[in-house]
Every structure is written in C-alpha cells, then in structure tokens.
Design a protein around this ligand. Structure first.
Ligand code: SF4
Length: 146
C-alpha cells in the first residue's frame, strides 16, 4: 500500500499540526499522517490526492481549488525543490519512502527557504513560516524510527 500525494503536499506534511479547511479535512489528514508515521510509502500523482479527498467530495468531485492551474504549478515547483533538496528525482509516478534522515533534510531545507517556491501563492504561507521558525513544535509527522 502507498499513500497518493500531489507534489506540494510533500511540503504541507512537514508543517501539519492539525489545522485545515474543515473537521473532515483534518480527520482525513490525521489518518494519512498516521500512516506516514508508520513508514508507508508515498506515490506521487498529478492533481487531487488523498489529502484533497474531503474537499473534492464536498464539491461533487469538481473542487475548483484542487484543480486550479496555480495549484498544479505549486506541485511542479515543490517536486523540483524536493528533488534538489534530496538529490534524487521526485516526479509524478514515482514512489518515495520517508526516512528520519530525509524528513530532517526536508525540514531543514523548508526552514532555510529552499522549498518555499512550492508554497507559491498559498494562504497558509505565514503560518507555515512560523511553524518552521518554532522548530516544527506540535507538528504531527514523525517518522516511526525517530
Ligand atoms: S505554505 Fe501552503 S503549500 Fe507551503 S507548506 Fe504551508 S500549507 Fe503547504
């Protein structure tokens, strides 16, 4: 089994601390983070993913936010930045497994701004900057081997 994620959610998972668009969105997100914490692999996909599902369901499968061109652009920029940070190609169709070391690398890169191109035009930008500045305190993603 693997968890399907779109590119920019590789960044969002780093700062997730239980905040989101709705209770259903956060419950679903919590379940995904729990699976990631158990070491489940990530399958990179194009467009709305498992984190998006509650929003997509609310909009009868046609969520304008999740399908918007600027969100696809965010995915592409995020995958490019994550590729550079990890030194491997991260693209749609690939599978990625987080390790304690890769999680640390990604969080350091995020804090230093190297991944933030993927946060382009995001309403949560200042919140995530603050979470990173506070050392990711109270965030929910912790690899099981940590
Ligand atoms: S600023 Fe937006 S895109 Fe970037 S990590 Fe936070 S929620 Fe995700």
């Amino acid at each position: 089994m693997s968890i399907e994620l779109r590119g920019h959610h590789l960044l969002c998972m780093l700062t997730y601390k239980g905040l989101g668009y709705s209770d259903a969105f956060c419950r679903n997100y919590d379940a995904i983070i729990a699976r990631l914490n158990q070491g489940e692999a990530i399958a990179l996909i194009r467009g709305p993913d498992q984190i998006c599902q509650p929003l997509v369901r609310d909009e009868d499968g046609d969520c304008a936010h999740c399908h918007h061109r600027r969100i696809h652009r965010r995915d592409a920029l995020a995958m490019q930045a994550v590729s550079e940070a990890l030194g491997i190609e991260v693209t749609v169709g690939q599978t990625l497994r987080l390790t304690p070391s890769s999680l640390t690398t990604l969080r350091q890169a995020f804090t230093q701004g190297q991944l933030r191109s993927g946060c382009f035009d995001c309403e949560w930008h200042s919140l995530c900057t603050d979470i990173a500045a506070r050392g990711y305190a109270d965030t929910r993603l912790h690899h099981s081997n940590e």
